[in-house]
Design a protein around this ligand. Structure first.
Ligand code: GLY
Length: 383
């Protein structure tokens, strides 16, 4: 089996499939363990990141969230004891002005209709939980089951676990998909080598649909959506600065702060559709700091350690593409948009299940890569 793309999704699928007995699993990537997850904050927030009209995605996100603790423990053991930074901390979503409060109240009402675990808090109650929040905070909701993981540690653990499970991590770029008699048979690499495989998994994020050799119409375009992120450090003397993930609507703009036990504080993220550019801009950093400062004024005292930008892979409906494509032998595992880190455990389970048994699991069916074609029952049902 050949996996094209060694980001968090490709590595997790390879590891899980090898654990289920698959032999000769190869992952090709010029830099394994990179991609959007290396920039991401690692908030596992299916409840507080819920968007209207995305209920099937909510089910997938909740299923993944429920699997996370066991997945992290298994990965830690399989990687020889590496910690993924998984932490059950909960999330508070806060509103700064009365319009923000209105927006958050609507989200809260939506949670109640769906029976999700979220609790409404006044500004005062929110500050009791997180005393560093600005006195201006007008209201909040607490989602006790939205947690966090450290995506960089997760990637390191996946690389190690793949190695220990016998997965070959080959440093090269796939430059052409090989197709013979209407079936994907492998890839030609930047090293001029050819890898042949009975199944090819495409997990190349926003580059997936651009792979030369991919027949037209097999995959929709996966658009790159840039996110700029800051990493600050909370010195020992200031801890706990924040105790849980903080999401916020600040005058209509969305922001989040993810505090780790080691003092790292991640602030994210911008949402920009400007092609494949990953430049960190003064404007992006300014926007994040301005909003974070309004929300948590003490933040400007903290050392700023890193700025970075990554590309979220956005499918046409912002949900992932999981399972067989119209090209026999080619399996998709891409298009996870804002949810790649959250959806890693469930994606690895569902795609490896398909690879090993040939059956698409029930939970994966709404995410078939063929759903955008006019012939698809999913497309017809939603038309
Ligand atoms: N899930 C957080 C983001 O995409 O910014």
């Amino acid at each position: 089996m050949l996996v094209i793309g060694g980001g968090v999704i490709g590595l997790a699928v390879a590891w899980r499939t090898a654990r289920r007995g698959a032999r000769n699993v190869i992952v090709v990537d010029p830099a394994h363990g990179g991609g959007a997850a290396g920039v991401a904050a690692g908030m596992l927030a299916p409840v507080t990141e819920l968007q209207y009209g995305e209920e099937p995605l909510l089910r997938l996100g909740m299923a993944s969230n429920e699997r996370y603790e066991a997945f992290a423990a298994e990965l830690s053991e399989a990687s020889g004891g590496l910690d993924t930074g998984y932490r059950r901390c909960g999330t508070i979503a806060v509103a700064l002005d009365s319009d923000d409060r209105e927006e958050l109240r609507e989200l809260y009402a939506f949670h109640q209709r769906l029976g999700l675990d979220s609790t409404w808090l006044t500004g005062r109650e929110a500050r009791r939980l997180e005393p560093m929040l600005a006195p201006a905070v007008r209201g909040a909701l607490h989602a006790a089951d939205d947690h966090q993981v450290d995506p960089r540690r997760l990637l390191t653990a996946l690389v190690a676990a793949c190695g220990r499970a016998g997965v070959l991590l080959h440093r090269a770029e796939a430059v052409e998909l090989l197709v013979e008699d209407g079936r994907a048979t492998g890839a030609r690499l930047s090293t001029d080598e050819t890898v042949t495989a009975d199944q090819v998994v495409l997990a190349a994020g926003p580059h997936s649909h651009r792979l030369p050799g991919l027949p037209e119409g097999v995959l929709p375009a996966i658009r790159p959506v840039k996110g700029q992120v800051l990493r600050l450090h909370v010195p020992e003397a200031y801890r706990p600065f924040l105790s849980r993930n903080v999401r916020a609507v600040v005058r209509g703009r969305h922001l989040y702060l993810v505090p780790r036990e080691n003092g790292e504080l991640v602030v994210g993220a911008t949402t920009e559709e400007q092609g494949y550019d990953t430049t960190v801009t003064a404007g992006g950093v300014y926007e994040l700091l301005r909003d974070a400062h309004e929300l948590v004024p003490g933040i400007t005292e903290l050392p700023l350690r890193e700025t970075s930008a990554g590309l979220r892979p956005g499918s046409p409906d912002n949900a992932p593409l999981l399972g067989p494509t119209p090209l026999p032998g080619l399996v998709a595992s891409t298009g996870h948009y804002r949810n790649g880190v959250l959806l890693t455990p469930v994606t690895a389970d569902l795609v490896s299940e398909y690879l090993v048994t040939g059956e698409v699991p029930e939970l994966a069916r709404p995410f078939t890569p063929t759903r955008f074609s006019s012939e698809s029952p999913v497309a017809k049902a939603s038309a």
